[in-house]
Write a protein that binds this ligand. Structure first.
Ligand SMILES: [Zn+2]
Length: 367
């Protein structure tokens, strides 16, 4: 049974959500102990009804409110905790979490690359996620650097024994990734991750020298990246989307999302982003984007598809087995993220994209 909770309005309860969850926790405690005398109309008999909460499905900010984990700032990775590799971009004025190649296979070529990432190679092994008992021990002992509070769910006696307690909504993350890619390709104001600030940050970090600003006598030139499209190419991409015909019920009418006048996609919903990322975007950009960037977007698309296809099953297995076994390379989000990291700007990899990196277990919504 899925219990849905939607908190609307400009003011959300934030960390005070525990107050609103108390009645639910009381009911869950009763259900765990068992409620006798429930009638089964199908079999015509009375039985004791028992139920347990398996996990919560939410976005990353809500994960912080429900679990009590810090999800902003320099230590926003729930797995790395105190050792979160984070870097504040001087010109972009945001924190990026570049430096999570430890989750890749030990011989992966990205681990040795410097210029495409943060000018450093990355070796070693990744930290293991904390178990529920370890988390409870930390929050009760006052070691709260990465924890804001003790989650109310620990009042459930079985909660600390669950290997997966919170899962992130993958479609939400996929929309953020899609918005960043489309915004950067079509240079949509407010969504574009490229620009003078991003290029100056490359200069500060000493990476991607071919994309750093070139200072001339009279003006500064930004070398075009493989994702920069001319006006005619943007029009061609938009025309591709405008002319796409898909089967009934496959997605909303893509034509309505395209603004041909200013070469933009407008009003993308989660499911639109899902179809774009999984199938339509690689087709639309194939003819106009230079090969490496086009290939990277195709890889991201294929990996996301693989993640969606296989993750629900792995999650169910995980809840029964150990969470630490969740590192099947073909189902892991890490190759997707590292491909994204190596090809686009560090600022593309802010908290939005790093939600996947948190390596909290992922969940997919019914589509
Ligand atoms: Zn981390």
């Amino acid at each position: 049974m899925m219990l849905t909770l939607l908190i609307s309005g400009p003011k959300q309860p934030g960390n005070d959500i525990d107050v609103y969850l108390e009645p639910l926790i009381d009911d869950l405690k009763s259900l765990w102990d068992g409620i006798g005398g429930v009638y089964d109309a199908h079999n015509g008999e009375y039985f004791t009804l028992r139920a347990a909460l398996m996990w919560t499905i939410n976005d990353f900010p809500a994960y912080g409110n429900l679990s009590g984990c810090v999800v902003k700032g320099y230590k926003a990775c729930p797995i790395c905790g105190d050792d979160t590799p984070s870097h504040r971009l001087k010109n972009g004025h945001k924190i990026c979490y570049i430096g999570h190649r430890k989750w890749l296979p030990i011989n992966h070529p990205y681990r040795r690359q410097r210029a495409a990432f943060n000018a450093k190679p990355e070796y070693g092994t990744h930290p293991e996620p904390l178990t529920g008992e370890e988390v409870l021990h930390m929050v009760e002992d006052g070691d709260r650097v990465c924890w804001k509070k003790k989650s109310i769910f620990f009042d459930l006696e079985y909660w600390k024994y669950l290997p997966v307690r919170h899962v992130l909504d993958v479609m939400h993350i996929e929309k953020n990734v899609c918005d960043s890619i489309i915004g950067t390709l079509l240079e949509i104001p407010g969504k574009n991750k490229d620009g003078i600030a991003a290029r100056l940050d490359l200069l500060n970090m000493g990476v991607k020298t071919d994309l750093q600003p070139e200072y001339g006598e009279r003006r500064t030139r930004l070398p075009p990246g493989p994702w920069n499209l001319s006006r005619a190419e943007k029009r061609e991409v938009c025309n591709s989307f405008y002319g796409m015909k898909v089967p009934e019920g496959y997605s909303s009418n893509i034509k309505n999302l395209v603004s041909l006048q200013d070469s933009r996609l407008l009003g993308l919903k989660s499911h639109d982003c899902h179809t774009l990322m999984q199938q339509l975007l690689p087709v639309a950009i194939r003819s106009v984007l230079e090969k490496p960037a086009s290939l990277i977007i195709e890889i991201i698309s294929i990996q996301l598809h693989s993640l969606f296809q296989g993750h629900l099953r792995s999650l169910l297995i995980l809840q029964i087995r150990d969470v630490r076994s969740c590192s099947h390379p073909r189902r892991s989000p890490w190759p997707v993220l590292r491909a994204f990291d190596s090809s686009f700007m560090p600022s593309s990899f802010s908290c939005g994209r790093s939600r996947v990196r948190g390596r909290i277990k992922l969940e997919l919504q019914p589509i």
